[in-house]
Structures are given as C-alpha cells and as structure tokens.
Design a protein around this ligand. Sequence first.
Ligand SMILES: Nc1ncnc2c1ncn2[C@@H]1O[C@H](COP(=O)(O)OP(=O)(O)OP(=O)(O)O)[C@@H](O)[C@H]1O
Ligand SMILES: [Mg+2]
Length: 262
Amino acid sequence: MSADTEPDSTPSESAAAVSQETIPDREDQALLEVRDLDAGYGDLQILTDVDLDVADGEYVTIVGPNGAGKSTVMKSVFGLTNHMGGTVIFDGEDITGLRPEEIIHEGVGYVPQNDNIFSSLTVRENLEMGAYILDSVPQDALDAVFERFPILEERETQKAGTMSGGQQQMLAMGRALMLDPSLLLLDEPSAGLAPDLVDDMFDRIDAINDDGTAVLMVEQNAKEALRRCDRGYVLANGQNRYMDDGDVLLNDEQVRRDFLGG
Ligand SMILES: Nc1ncnc2c1ncn2[C@@H]1O[C@H](COP(=O)(O)OP(=O)(O)OP(=O)(O)O)[C@@H](O)[C@H]1O
Ligand SMILES: [Mg+2]
C-alpha cells in the first residue's frame, strides 16, 4: 500500500527502490489478466475461479501451502494444463487455450519449478534453445544475458548439468530471457539454493524487474518474496484467499499466522 507500512525487518535497498519506483498504474495497464480460471490435469480440477492480475512492469508473488496450486497457476498461464473455464488475457489478447510455443511468441517467458535446463547440453546450447522459435539466435539477447549473468559466459562451453544449483537457476532464467519477454514467470527460483545464495537470487530478480520486465513469481520463501514484490496473492486449495500489496500481507496477522509460519 504505502511506504509507511514497513515490514518488521528492513527490505534491501533494491527492494525499496522497486516498490517506490515501479508500482504501475494498475487500472489501465493490465499486462496479464486471469479471470475465473478453472484448470487441472486430465479430469482432475485443481484451480477454481482463480483471479490474478499483473500490470506492466509489476512484480507479483504467489504464496501458499504445498499443493495449493501455485505451480498449476503458472502452468495454466503458459498453456500447460487442461483448461476448464475462465480466461487468460495477455497484453490485451485472449491467450486462453493457446499452446506454450504460441504463448512464448506473445512475450511470456517461463522458468518451471523443476527440470528447467537441459543437463546434457552446454550453457550456450541451453541459451540458444531459449530462442528456438526464431530463425537465428539473437546476438543482442545473448549478450544481454551474458552481461546479466557473467558466470554463464565464463561457463559457455560447460555441460549445464555439471554446474551448481545457483548457476543452473541463472541459466534457466537466462534461457527464458533470450526472447526478451514482457512477463517472466518464475516458479520457486530460490528452491534448493544454499542460504547464502538466496538473497543474491532475489537481487537478480529485482534487477530484471527494475529493467522493466514484469515478474510473476511463486516462492516458498514467502516472507522474503512478499517483502520484495509489489503485490502478492495467497492461494490455498486452488482458490484465491488474499490479495494485497506485499507489505500489507506480510503484516496481516491472519496471513502471518495461517500462511507465513507466525
Ligand atoms: N501433472 C499432474 N497431474 C495430476 N495432478 C497434479 C499434477 N501436477 C500437480 N498435481 C496436483 O495438483 C495439486 C496442486 O499442485 P501444484 O504443483 O500446483 O501445487 P503447488 O502450490 O505448486 O505446491 P508446491 O508448493 O509443493 O510446489 C496437487 O494436489 C498436485 O498433486
Ligand atoms: Mg509448486
């Protein structure tokens, strides 16, 4: 909501900059608009009437218990689930029911929770795969990814599977950035990282968002994610439970008690 509702621990400088400078005008700039979404796998319905918005340049987090359907929301936006009702509008276009390769074309990048790199390919080959829908690899995009993640350039010829967890996560993000998406979907980017690398990963996500890419992120590290994002959703049992500015959710007694471990 406002800077005067600070969370009880101080956010980093970059997070403060994000919340002050890039909160967009939500009314007229919805980039992603999910309405009454029902979706699941085969006949099994997981999501019921899910609503979700991401404005141009906004940073939105989804938190919630294991099995709540967070990954299913991300997969549904990206066309990877069985659509059962409702709509997904992206940049003014109805993308409901489109296939992932069509959705990528519209400007959505997706980094899945698991298996998000090709282990047996080199770092460079992984990045080139990120641009497979184009006729040739865009050199400027590759340069931008290398500039953002210098370790990837250093390890360009290394097999991706031999890199550390943090480096693999950077590669997965780099791959998704190869088409310069206007919305980046990140499913648990800090999962499995050593604790001292978690902050670095969040800083990198802040930087991607600061550069203008809207981010929709799912995180188990819910408090830190809410501290850093503009707005958050709490999802439980495949349904919306709470939606508010990250700081507000972070300071809400009921949300804290029921979803953030007190
Ligand atoms: N491919 C699938 N086929 C059938 N059911 C699935 C499939 N993937 C997920 N589910 C089920 O959908 C529900 C929601 O799963 P989802 O992965 O979306 O939850 P989540 O909130 O991301 O959980 P986590 O925090 O553990 O990642 C769970 O009951 C899960 O078992
Ligand atoms: Mg998940």
